[in-house]
Design a protein around this ligand. Structure first.
Ligand code: AMP
Ligand code: MG
Length: 501
């Protein structure tokens, strides 16, 4: 059996007993590989020859547990839409184990949709083709855009129907993550007042994601700070590509700083800070513009779980001091976020040095302009690069009248000119901007088109074409053209995404 292609070293199973339930994936009638990620397999040092075939299909559908795997369902809790659920956990997922990648890093390998577990509650433990291929597309797009993310290694069809509003084809996703530690993992044990386990988990998280901090003083406070800083940087990157996660519950926020759980997520088209796509987000809690606030709120929930560890003793004084220290981190979050956002915006504007205060206003006014005229977020930025190269028409024609951006463009141009000096030619300047302002994002109508072809007609060609396009987000060659265009406003206006259950 060639399953030894996986080099497992399962620290979670070994070091965190009591944090999970050992469990086996369900068998399915007819495994077939719908997607296999060659590039990621290479990164993980896996044998693609073996895995990109029937044996891979059996493994990735859950029918064959590879040698060295120790499948388990992880326990976690979570604040969902603001309310606390003390017991969520992997209701339809199993951690197979950790493989050691080519850089020597431990990477989680998880099956999603592999059947019921002790954490399934009312659910069937299953997943369907559409939402699993959506996770592939969005994850690969984020990766190509340089945004930390979990990624899909494979999607296997199961050959069995899964009953939602109607029967849908079943599928299992294999997900790769720096780890699956969530804010909600800490909440699970904190809610049970199990401080020893919270400490054990924090030590594990430190060893895995911040090894330099192990055995330093104040390591738990520093852990909190690092998670907050990773999240601040991550959300800033989301905002700068117009990404809306859709369900920023604490169980969907990682300790590693990777984006996780692509359910009802979407990329914004016309710029609107209030944009919401998720069909279950009635109050707009997870609207585009709220994401930094929610991230900070989630960090505050993590901070609460760590307080007994941060406190040096149990005296009133020690606890009050820990609260102050944690509050300092939570209060610093907006500044870290704003700094990361501005760094990205400056790059997107084609600027490097210069006065941050002026540039922050320049970026804010640009966004106001896009909002006022309902300009496509991605194309707005991309065409600014063309303008830097001397051609303003593509940008101007995104606006309802060509003169709309006049005043702002004049301001921006004088900033660019002052910085560019004679060091770089116009076209190099434009090229540099094109490398940070994508032409291709997974546009909602393209994603839906690809998923419905796969799910309803077993036609994977549109999915594969779209995947190829989003993997080269900064290229605007002829074959990319159809993927750069927004959908008509009427399509976007009623676009809704649904949780991938
Ligand atoms: P999510 O909304 O995907 O982040 O999932 C929230 C919680 O619901 C997690 O504990 C999942 O494991 C669980 N869950 C989602 N879908 C199912 C399902 N079909 N069967 C069992 N549990 C599920
Ligand atoms: Mg989740």
């Amino acid at each position: 059996m060639s399953a030894s292609t996986f080099r497992f070293d399962n620290t979670y199973a070994r070091d965190l007993q009591g944090f999970y339930a050992p469990w086996e994936p369900a068998s399915v009638p007819s495994p077939s590989l719908l997607f296999f990620n060659q590039e990621l397999a290479l990164e993980l040092g896996l044998d693609s020859e073996v895995l990109d075939g029937p044996e891979g299909a059996a493994i990735f559908a859950g029918n064959q547990v590879p040698e060295g795997a120790e499948p388990l369902a992880q326990a976690y809790a979570g604040h969902q839409f603001g309310g606390f659920s003390p017991q969520l956990g992997d209701g339809r997922a199993l951690l197979l184990g950790e493989v050691i990648d080519r850089l020597g890093q431990h990477r989680d390998l998880m099956l999603k949709g592999s059947g019921r577990t002790p954490f399934s509650r009312g659910g069937d433990g299953k997943a369907t083709v559409g939402p699993m291929l959506r996770e592939v597309l969005i994850g690969e797009a984020m990766h190509a855009l340089g945004i930390p993310t979990t990624r899909a290694l494979a999607v296997a069809g199961t050959g069995e129907p899964v009953y939602r509003q109607q029967p849908l084809p079943g599928a299992v996703l294999t997900r790769v993550a720096a780890s699956h530690l969530r804010v909600g993992t800490f909440e699970f044990f904190a809610a049970r007042k199990d401080t020893n386990r919270v400490r054990q988990l924090a030590d594990y998280a430190l060893a895995r994601h911040d090894p330099d901090l192990v055995e330093t003083t104040d390591q738990y406070l520093t852990l909190l700070r690092h998670v907050a800083q990773r999240q601040a940087a991550l959300i800033a990157q989301w905002m700068n590509v117009g990404f809306i996660h859709g369900v920023m519950n604490t169980d969907n926020m990682t300790i590693s700083g990777e984006t996780i759980d692509y359910g009802p997520c979407a990329f914004m088209e016309a710029y609107d800070p209030e944009a919401v796509f998720s069909s279950i987000d009635h109050g707009g809690r997870y609207a585009y513009g709220n994401q930094p606030l929610i991230a900070r709120w989630n960090i505050a929930r993590l901070a609460e779980t760590l307080l007994p560890l941060i406190a040096k003793g149990e005296s009133e004084y020690a606890v009050a001091k820990a609260v102050d220290q944690a509050t300092e981190v939570i209060d610093a979050f907006p500044e870290w976020y704003a700094a990361a956002l501005l760094r990205g915006q400056k790059e997107k504007l084609g600027l490097q040095s210069g006065d941050d205060k002026l540039d922050r206003a320049l970026a804010a006014d640009w966004l106001t302009l896009l909002h006022e005229h309902a300009v496509d977020f991605t194309l707005g930025w991309r065409r600014l690069a063309d303008a830097a190269g001397g051609d303003e028409m593509p940008l101007r024609s995104l606006f309802p009248h060509l003169q709309a951006p006049d005043a702002w463009l004049a301001r921006w141009r004088s900033r660019v000119e002052s910085e560019r000096g004679h060091a770089l030619g116009e076209s190099e300047w434009a090229e540099r901007m094109r490398r940070v302002n994508p032409a291709v994002i997974p546009r909602n109508h393209r994603v839906e088109e690809a998923l419905s072809a796969a799910s309803e007609r077993e036609d994977l060609a549109p999915f594969r074409r779209l995947l190829n396009a989003i993997r080269r987000p900064y290229d605007e060659t002829q074959d990319q053209a159809e993927y750069t265009e927004p959908a008509g406003a009427e399509v976007t206006a009623c676009y809704r995404t649904f949780c991938g259950t």
